[in-house]
Design a protein around this ligand. Structure first.
Ligand code: NDP
Ligand code: MG
Length: 384
């Protein structure tokens, strides 16, 4: 029996993780769940999974949650950053699933690592902002850090039985998103509705927009750099619209290892939670004759400049990836609220990065300060 805490239980990853817990009640028990705004859903999850602790953003949400729960529910409700950190560090918790979206995931994940918890990490923004610190602390504490992002799970699986030193490069696949074939001129008229229509994956809104701009792939490049300790020069992005090959690793003898599957995050989530075992899942394997053709192409950086921006910020290092991420979060939110045109997302991030005075060796506080600075600067640009 593995005791887990789920940070971001009400999201796309969080709810799929709970489906796995529901399917394997003798393997997983939930100790803590956290949410931000979807309180009704959290209340239902608490009734079903009986966690000892639940964390929400503030006292208002806590009161609403309490009112929704049957009077005899035995759950301690905690709030705010301290509450999220409590959920991440409960004594009985063995593994923490980091499934919050955005920069909010960083501090709870670090607390979980410091408390010696194994981590299944979906929240890529944590590694984008502070990859070096996160990986060093995880190594020092001797914990297991399992990737949940499908590409990184694929890379991890493709590395089984091989040494890091034998790797020539990593091939990170990308579906290309809904605008893979959209002519450059039409990018001016892209609406949130169109950008939220991902061809292959159903995910939270922020990552869906990131997928459409290829910023998601850029964040994943930085995530891969830290998870697998490879230089940016050895990470290549390959567009693969069918999303069957989840990523690949090329070895020094030219052999390429890949992990394939239909696009279903439950596979990667379950593997992250259960490794080294594989669970019996009701996910069909790809129907290769039915699919017929798998295609690969290079990304078009002129229509998807966010990808190039992420490589640049990653290579610059220091506080730049945190600034890239903070500015992106603000720009994506503004686009979704109809306050910024689609092409403005890249324009805002690029301008914020160009104004940034890099700190080459930041600690966590300095990274968080850079994130806040990026958000303020992006907001100022949005107002003008
Ligand atoms: P969702 O938006 O669906 O869910 C996000 C979760 O985080 C929700 O539980 C939400 O709470 C919570 N949350 C949001 N803001 C805050 C905050 N400020 N403080 C605390 N909690 C917060 O996102 P996804 O599940 O799609 O993505 C989660 C992470 O996993 C992201 O980092 C994403 O990049 C990564 N990922 C997701 C994939 C997917 O298929 N969805 C694939 C690969 C990676 P509430 O809902 O209650 O407001
Ligand atoms: Mg991914």
């Amino acid at each position: 029996m593995k005791v887990i805490s789920i940070l971001g239980a009400t999201g796309s990853i969080g709810t799929q993780a709970l489906e796995i817990v529901r399917q394997f009640p003798d393997r997983f028990r939930v100790a803590a769940l956290t949410a931000h705004t979807r309180i009704e859903l959290l209340a239902r999850q608490i009734v079903e999974f009986s966690p000892r602790l639940a964390a929400v953003s503030d006292q208002d949400h806590a009161s609403r949650l309490k009112a929704l729960l049957p009077a005899d529910t035995k759950v301690r409700i905690v709030t705010g950053e301290a509450g999220y950190q409590q959920a991440a560090t409960l004594p009985e918790t063995q593994m923490v699933l980091g499934a919050m979206v955005g920069a909010a995931g960083l501090l709870p994940t670090l607390s979980a690592i410091d408390a010696g918890k194994d981590i299944a990490l979906a929240n890529k923004e944590t590694l984008v902002m502070a990859g070096e610190i996160v990986m060093n602390r995880a190594a020092r504490r001797g914990i297991k850090l399992m990737p949940v992002d499908s590409e990184h799970s694929a890379i991890f699986q493709s590395m089984a039985g091989h040494s890091r030193d034998e790797i020539r490069n990593i091939l990170l696949t990308a579906s290309g998103g809904p605008f893979l074939k959209t002519p450059a001129a039409d990018f001016l008229n892209i609406t949130p509705e169109a950008a939220l229509r991902h061809p292959n994956w159903s995910m939270g809104s922020k990552i869906t927009i990131d997928s459409s701009t290829l910023m998601n792939k850029g964040l994943e490049v930085i995530e891969a750099r830290w998870l697998f300790d490879v230089d940016f020069s050895r990470i290549q992005v390959v567009i693969h619209p069918q999303s069957i090959v989840h990523s690949m690793v090329t070895y020094q003898d030219g052999a390429v290892m890949a992990q394939l599957g239909i696009p279903d995050m439950k596979g990667a989530i379950a593997y992250g939670l259960s490794h080294p075992e594989r669970l019996f899942l009701d996910i069909p394997a790809p129907d290769f004759p039915g699919i017929g053709t798998l295609t690969f192409e290079a990304p078009d950086l002129s229509r998807f400049p966010c990808l190039a921006l992420a490589f640049q910020a990653g290579e610059a290092g220091g506080t730049c990836p945190a600034v890239l991420n903070g500015a992106n979060e603000v720009a994506v939110a503004a686009f979704l609220e109809g306050r910024l045109p689609y092409v403005g997302i890249h324009a805002i991030i690029s301008e914020v990065l160009s104004q940034h005075q890099i700190d080459n060796h930041p600690d966590v506080d300095e990274i968080l300060a850079a994130d806040q600075w990026a958000r303020r600067t992006a907001q100022t640009l949005l107002r003008n």
